[in-house]
Design a protein around this ligand. Sequence first.
Ligand code: C5P
Length: 229
Amino acid sequence: MTLFLVVPAAGVGSRMKADRPKQYLLLQGRPLMAHTLSRLHDAFPEAVLVLCLDHEDDRFDASMVPFARWQRVRGGETRAESVRAGLASVAEQAAPDDLVLVHDVARPCVQVEDLYRLHAAAGEHADGALLAAPVADTMKRADDCGGVLRTESRAHLFHALTPQGFRYDLLCQALDAARAGGVEVTDEASAIEALGRSPRLVPGRRDNIKVTHPEDLALAGALLALPGG
Ligand code: C5P
């Protein structure tokens, strides 16, 4: 069985308001992307990496990739389209039952232990699995004017993190169906759910943050600087 790691990295990161896409911002002197790929390689050195990049990306440098087996593919207009392109690029190599882990390039702080647990759960559950963290804050639903409509129970609410892992054929089927049905897909699990299936929530560390806003970069840098971080 081959393990495929699909890393969508074709976003422009507009919320970061930086002079370059966030995957190329420096953390401890290295591009954010290099940290993320190193973490994945620490856990799965034998995996096949599929890196989805914007077609106009001229900052990418192959020295950021520690994997022996990897390929670059042209990303799409949305994250889901980037992942679909990545899956299509390995259609000849992938067996239907091969596992695919999808991980945001913008999550450089993921820990190897979480990667192993997610990988194991994705292999055990037919509907796949995702790392997820229980919501800690009280959750408010807003009305259209910015007032509080009501307080939502947080008892069963989780932040969906990555990686998210699924069998190759299931993930292809789910993303194709979501596209055909116009389903909004902001993570792979939502496409699987739209098929009526139930991916497994695997408790993940809350410091597996997605670098999205300017303040997140300093936080990610501090987390990486911690012993064992
Ligand atoms: O924008 P957001 O932070 O939700 O993006 C999540 C991930 O999807 C990032 O790693 C980003 O680079 C990637 N992405 C992509 N193709 C797009 C948009 C986002 O690969 N068209």
